[in-house]
Every structure is written in structure tokens, then in C-alpha cells.
Write a protein that binds this ligand. Sequence first.
Ligand code: ADP
Length: 379
Amino acid sequence: MTEHADVERRILIAEDDPVSSKLLEKTLEKIGYEVVSCTDGEEAWNTFRRDAIPILITDWMMPKIDGLELCRRIRAHESASGGENGQCEEPHCFIIMLTAKSQTEDIVEGIDAGADDFVAKPFHNKELRVRLKSGERRLSLERQLVEVNRKLREADQLKSEFVSIMSHDLGTPMTVIKSFAQILLISAMGELNDQQKHAVDKIIEGIDRLDRLRKDTLEIARLDLGRIELKKEEARLRELIEESVSGLRSLAEAKGQDLRVELEGKLETVCDRGRIAQVVENYVGNAIRYTQEGGRIEIDGVDEDGRIHVTVSDNGRGIPKGEEENVFRRFYRVGEKVEGSTGLGLSIVKSIIEAHGGSVWCESTEGEGSSFHFTIPKS
Ligand code: ADP
């Protein structure tokens, strides 16, 4: 009975010398391993890819592919076959190199190629056993980690499902509450006095705030679940930005702010128009919200090599040093809470732009203003 029952007891041997190979095979079988033997690196590489054997003992010098190249191929294969976001779905193969080499440079070269451990040739049974034991310990820990990760992803998915259903279903009762409040307000159910009207106004304000939070939360959950598909089409960002900004101009005017748009050329690209308009509106809406009365806001758009770069700058309150990246995190708000703020807008922006293959960032000086950037590829 092995100490690590979750580790498969299969070993791949890559050794071109038949005597050493046989000896190794017998020794390993005696201690309970199922052994697959190959006589050159190429055969071992093909066997590894086909059978995903958890432990490899490989010679250093071999025909066709040597031990170092075998290690490199296995590690490259493991990196490439990582799951979503490069997450590891299976433990990495534990690789032991059989070697007569003991110079530091050789060891460094072996580890650099991906070897985990070394056994001197000719091998001693005891040494081989303890090295395998340590390999199994690592494989077992890695297997547990993979399993925990899988469960976490599952829980995260469930959480997003739950949030998505809740925030969607809350919409109906909220609409009902708001409609009745509006009916009360126009005195359709009897005349209200000023105090009652004020109270109903507060109910409507509260419902509107809740609804903004509900919609943002639903959006985030859907983005997490990959349920928001981009409807990409050819678009001119010049027109799209001008339209988005014109919808917000009255808000800037109400604060006496100077809102300027400086766009170079047509800014042609392929994107989801509605989503990019949402990004522009979020950046510009924030600039208006976080800039004082009489402030200045400028929207710039340029066609750079292979990408469109849009910047929304303001001379508003700015963001403290070191917080610039945090503002793209969920529910992150800097300083005192501002009416209508949910702390979700910029994280939605980030997801949308990244889904387009672009990037977002912000530069800011507290008390002087901020520049929010996004880029998207032209095709
Ligand atoms: P919200 O505006 O709803 O709080 P966002 O995700 O859009 O959420 O923004 C997160 C935080 O980033 C805001 O609460 C604010 O503190 C900061 N922020 C965003 N835009 C600006 C800006 N133009 N100037 C200063 N701070 C900003």
C-alpha cells in the first residue's frame, strides 16, 4: 500500500541501454510500479503524449531525442495544455534524470530543461526509492491543489449563476414598486401632502439606486459566465464616440464643465458597437461625476499602429498614488461615496475591452485630474 493512494503507480522509463533498462524495470516492478519502457527519447515522448504517465525516469544521452529535449518537450506540452486561463488541470509529470553527470552546470541545465530530480548511475535501490517517494509526495500535493482549484471554479460558477438569477428576478418586483410609487406621486390614488410626496420621492430614488446596482451586478455575473457575446461588426469610432458623448453633454453643462472631443480620422475598427459605447459612456460619465463644477474634460481618439487608442482626461479630483489599478477592481471606490456610484462600472469596462483583445489603464494625480485609456485592435 502506497503512502499516496491518489498517485497512479505508473512509470515511464526512457533508457537506450537494455541492461540498465531491464534492471530498472525489475527493481520498480518489485516495489509495485507498473512500468512502460522505451528505448529512445522519441518513443518516450510519443508514449508520454498518448498515455500521460505521471512519473518519468529518463537517461540523459539517448538516440533521436536526448533526456534534456524530452524534458523540454514535456514541460512545453504541459504549459500549452493548461486549462482556461492557463490553469493546470493535471499534476505535472515528475521527471527523474538518470545521470553520471554531477557537475553543477549539468544539474543546472537539467533543472532548467524541466527535470525535478536526479539519480546517479549506476543507481542504488534505496536512493531510487526515496526519490520516488518525494516525487509521489509532490504529485499528491499537486493533485490535491488541482482538485481544490476545480472545486473553487465550480463554486465560483455557482455563485455567478446565483447572482445572475437573483439580480435578474429582482427586476420585476422593483418595477412594480416603482410603478406604484409613481402612481401615488401623481395623486392617482388620492391627494398626497408635501411630506408624503417627499417620502414617495425618496422611495423612487432608492429604487433607482438599487436598480443601477442590480443591472451592474447582473452584467458582471453574465460576463463571468461568458454569457455576453460580442456582436462584432465594422464600426467608425468617431461617430460612435460623438453619439455617446452627446448623450452626456447635458450632464456636463449642468455642472458648467467644458467637454471637448478631439478625434483623429474616422477611427475605423471591428467591435461590438453597443459595448464600446458603454465603455465610452462609463469613462465620460465618471469624468463628469468626479470633476468639480466648471472643470475640463477631453476625449481624444487616435489611430495607432494596428489599434485605436481612446483617452478621457479630466482635471477633477484625481486618484491617490498607487490606487490607479485598483479602480478597475469590483466594488472598488476611492474616497467618499458619490451619489449613484456602485464601484462596478470600471470592472465591466475592463471585461469588455479585454474581451475585444484590448487593454485599459489609468494615469492620475490626486487633486489635479485623471486620464483613463483604452485600446482595441483594429481588426
Ligand atoms: P463608480 O463610479 O460607480 O463608483 P467605477 O467602477 O466606475 O464605479 O469607478 C470606481 C472608482 O474609481 C470610483 O468610485 C472613483 O473613486 C474612481 N474614479 C473613476 N473615475 C474617476 C475619475 N475620472 N476621477 C477620479 N476618480 C475616478
